[in-house]
Design a protein around this ligand. Structure first.
Ligand code: GLA
Length: 391
C-alpha cells in the first residue's frame, strides 16, 4: 500500500531505521442520524476504506518526535509540555499536532502511559471534508500508544478517549459518533449506535448496494463556531421544553407529537434546530427495521428527507452540497443522497445500486462540474474495520 511505504520511507530517512510498528484508523461516513449524537440520539455510520496511518517505534526518552508527512512538518512534545500546548523548545504546537498531543493528554489524564516514540503519520482521509479525518488521527495515535504501553482498552473506551482529546484539548465540542466509528468499524457492516447508552450493533450493508462518497471540495473548519452554536441551540431547547416536560434531559426524550405541541413556545431559530433533531431521531429509529426488511427505497427517502432538514432547519448545508445532492437524487440507481458529517462543505453520502454505481459516479461528477465549475472527487467506498495495529 502506497501510503504505508511513503511514511516508512520518511521514517527511515528521519530516524535512521525502519519503524517497528504501523497502525491505521479509518474515517467514516454517516448514513442517517446527523447532528443527533450530542442529543442522545441514534447514528448509523460506517468506517470507510480511507484512513490515517502512523509508523512508529518506541524510544527511551519521554519525548515524542512526530513528523506529519502531509504537512512536511515536525513537532516534539512530552507529557510535561502538552498541558501548555507547547513543544519541548517552548514554541507553540502547530495545529495538526494538537490531535496527537491531545490524545497523549487524555491518556495521561486517565493514568494510561503514553510513552515516548518516534512517529511519522499521513492520511488519505481528506481534511475538513466531513469524513472525520481528526477522529482517524486520534484513534491511530491511541492505537500506537496502547501498543507501546502494553495496556489495552475496549474499543468504545478508545473512542471516548479520542472524544475527550477533541473536546477538552483541541476545543471542538463534538459528539461520540466519529471516534466511535473509527474505533469500532466492522468490514462490510453499518454500525448502529445508541448515543445515550453507547450500546451498538452492526447491520449488514444491504446486498447489491454501494455507498458512494461525493466530495464537493468545499472545505470547512469545525472549530469555526457554527457547530458549537448548533449544540447550544439544542441545549437551550431542552432547557425551555423542560417547563412543560420536566423529565427530559435531551432532545431524544421529546416525541414528534410533543414537539409539535410545544414548538411555538421556542424562539424561531431554536425551534428550527430542535425540530431537525427530534425528526431526525425519529427517522434514525426506523433505519434498522427498514434495512432488515430490505426496504432500501424507503431508507433512501429518509436520507433525502434528512438532507432537506439539514439544509432548511439545521442550516448546515451549502450551495455546493445542495447541488451535489440534487443531481445525485435525479440519477438512475440512486436511492438516497445527503450531506454527511457536520456540514458547511465536504461530502455527500449516496446509496446506489451496485451495477449502476460506476455510471452514477461519472454522471454526478460531470453534472457537478458543469454547474459549479469544480471537479469533484467521487468514489465508491467499502465499509472497513476500525482502528488496528497492522504490524
Ligand atoms: C461532526 C461531529 C460528530 C457529529 C457530526 C454531525 O462530525 O464530530 O460528533 O456531531 O458532526 O452528526
Amino acid at each position: 500500500m502506497k501510503i504505508i511505504d511513503h511514511i516508512t520511507n520518511i521514517f527511515q530517512e528521519k530516524f535512521g531505521s525502519a519503524p517497528v510498528h504501523v497502525a491505521r484508523a479509518p474515517g467514516r461516513v454517516n448514513l442517517l442520524g446527523e447532528h443527533v449524537d450530542y442529543n442522545d440520539g441514534f447514528v448509523l455510520p460506517a468506517a470507510i476504506d480511507r484512513a490515517t496511518y502512523v509508523a512508529f517505534s518506541p524510544t527511551d526518552s519521554d519525548q515524542t518526535q512526530l513528523v506529519a508527512a502531509d504537512f512536511d512538518q515536525a513537532a516534539v512534545f512530552s507529557p510535561r509540555t502538552i498541558p501548555l500546548k507547547t513543544q519541548t523548545d517552548g514554541s507553540p504546537l502547530p495545529e495538526w499536532a494538537l490531535y496527537p498531543a491531545g490524545v497523549m493528554w487524555a491518556l495521561n489524564e486517565d493514568h494510561l502511559q503514553a510513552r515516548g516514540m518516534n512517529a511519522v503519520y499521513a492520511s488519505d482521509v481528506p481534511r475538513g471534508s466531513g469524513l472525520s479525518s481528526s477522529a482517524s488521527v486520534e484513534l491511530a495515535f491511541i492505537t500506537a500508544w496502547w501498543t507501546l504501553g502494553g495496556w489495552t482498552l475496549p474499543s468504545m473506551q478508545s473512542a471516548l478517549l479520542g472524544q475527550k482529546a477533541e473536546n477538552q484539548y483541541v476545543g471542538v465540542n463534538c459528539g461520540i459518533m466519529d471516534q466511535f466509528a473509527s474505533a469500532c468499524g466492522v468490514e462490510n457492516r453499518l454500525l448502529l449506535l445508541d448515543c445515550r447508552s453507547l450500546e451498538w450493533k452492526t447491520i449488514p450493508l444491504p446486498e447489491n448496494i454501494s455507498i458512494v462518497i461525493a466530495d464537493t471540495k468545499v472545505r470547512r473548519k469545525l472549530t469555526s463556531g457554527e457547530y458549537n452554536k448548533r449544540r447550544a441551540a439544542c441545549e437551550e431547547a431542552v432547557h425551555l421544553l423542560k417547563q412543560d416536560l420536566p423529565d427530559i434531559t435531551a432532545l431524544r426524550d421529546v416525541s414528534v407529537e410533543e414537539f409539535n405541541r410545544l414548538a411555538g413556545k421556542l424562539p424561531a431559530e431554536v425551534s428550527k434546530r430542535a425540530r431537525h433533531v427530534v425528526e431526525e431521531i425519529e427517522r434514525s429509529k426506523q433505519a434498522e427495521a427498514l434495512l432488515e426488511a430490505g426496504n432500501i427505497l424507503r431508507f433512501g427517502e429518509l436520507m433525502n428527507e434528512c438532507h432537506v432538514s439539514l439544509r432548511d432547519l439545521y442550516e448546515v448545508s451549502c450551495p455546493e452540497l445542495n447541488v451535489m445532492a440534487r443531481i445525485a437524487q435525479s440519477l438512475e440507481g440512486c436511492y438516497g443522497a445527503r450531506l454527511t458529517g457536520a456540514g458547511f462543505g465536504g461530502c455527500t453520502a449516496n446509496l446506489v445500486a451496485c451495477e449502476q454505481a460506476e455510471e452514477f459516479s461519472q454522471s454526478l461528477a460531470k453534472g457537478y462540474q458543469v454547474e459549479i465549475g469544480v471537479q469533484p472527487e467521487i468514489y465508491i467506498t467499502r465499509a472497513s474495520n476500525g482502528a488496528e495495529l497492522l504490524k
